[in-house]
Design a protein around this ligand. Structure first.
Ligand code: SAM
Length: 276
């Protein structure tokens, strides 16, 4: 065993909006460590000042993580303790830090969480969708073709789906979700959680997509989209849709047959078309 006790890498969650969603232990840890590795030091300073945390900061973001990891691990092995924070919420969750934690653990350094806010979990806790099993998908691809392909892979997923989305793409993403998962699938938009304009809207996807497309206020701020997993009812509907599609297909081209079978049975047109 090494004669020098290595430091600890504390992975500390910060608020996702409300400044007081910051645990007493998180604040104490950030005051005590030798240095805080922060995603954007300028962004974190006001929050740290607000809580009287004067610890020096170093930047660790997606563009320099590879280069700075080695230096941080050296300091940890030298006995210093380091805290990792991101701009908001839990580091590593659609945020930098994975390389650092992996390297620290590989070097035998203790990594300890100081848990707190995470937008995905906060959204799930109020969405009213099944929460016993869920899938966190992070951000969808920004371009529509890749986004639809990803959604298509998830069309049969029975667990609740959780996505992060930027406000300027939320309407487009909902339109794609609607066309891939069908109008009837339950969905929730959780926007600006813990902030002044916090909004949580749960509706069938078709309705939610139309509401958001028609209301620029719903396309502002930070948002999490949640979609119910595919239930047994949906499976039955799809089976019926496929049966009707097969009958119509004998007389009609595939696009027309899929459109009519979807209108008759409520099954998602895209999936019928794909089953061809
Ligand atoms: N690490 C963070 C966490 O633990 O939630 C997530 C960081 S990720 C770069 C930022 C995304 O998280 C936003 O684009 C949005 O999708 C979601 N998000 C963050 N804060 C939010 C809030 N207050 N309300 C709704 N969504 C939020």
């Amino acid at each position: 065993m090494s004669s020098v006790q290595s430091g600890c890498l504390w992975v500390v969650a910060t608020p996702i909006g409300h400044r007081d969603d910051f645990s007493a232990r998180a604040i104490a840890t950030l005051r005590e460590v030798a240095v805080i590795a922060a995603e954007d030091t300028r962004h974190s300073k006001p929050l740290l000042l607000h809580h009287n945390i004067a610890t020096p900061l170093i930047a660790l973001h997606e563009h320099n993580e590879r280069e700075v990891v080695e230096g941080i691990v050296r300091r940890l092995r030298g006995g210093e303790s380091v805290a990792l924070i991101s701009d908001a919420g839990t580091p590593l969750i659609s945020d930098p830090g994975f390389r650092l934690v992996r390297a620290a653990r590989a070097a035998g350094v203790r990594c300890a969480p100081v848990p707190g806010a995470c937008a995905a979990i906060a959204a799930l806790s109020v969405a009213g969708l099944p929460s016993d099993r869920f899938v966190f998908e992070g951000f969808l691809p920004p371009k529509s073709a890749a986004r639809r392909a990803r959604l298509q892979e998830l069309a049969g997923e029975p667990r609740t789906l959780i996505f992060y989305e930027s406000s300027h793409r939320v309407a487009e993403s909902l339109a794609d979700m609607r066309s891939v998962f069908g109008d009837e699938r339950e969905a929730v938009l959780a926007r600006e959680l813990t902030k002044l304009f916090e909004t949580v809207i749960g509706e069938p996807l078709g309705q939610l997509a139309e509401r958001v497309a028609g209301d620029p206020d719903q396309q502002r701020g930070e948002c999490v989209l949640l979609v119910a997993g595919r239930g047994e009812e949906a499976d039955a509907k799809l089976a019926e849709g496929q049966r009707v599609f097969a009958v119509l297909r004998e007389e009609l081209p595939p696009a027309k047959a899929a459109k009519l079978a979807a209108a008759i049975t409520g099954a998602p047109r895209k999936e019928l078309y794909r089953s061809e």
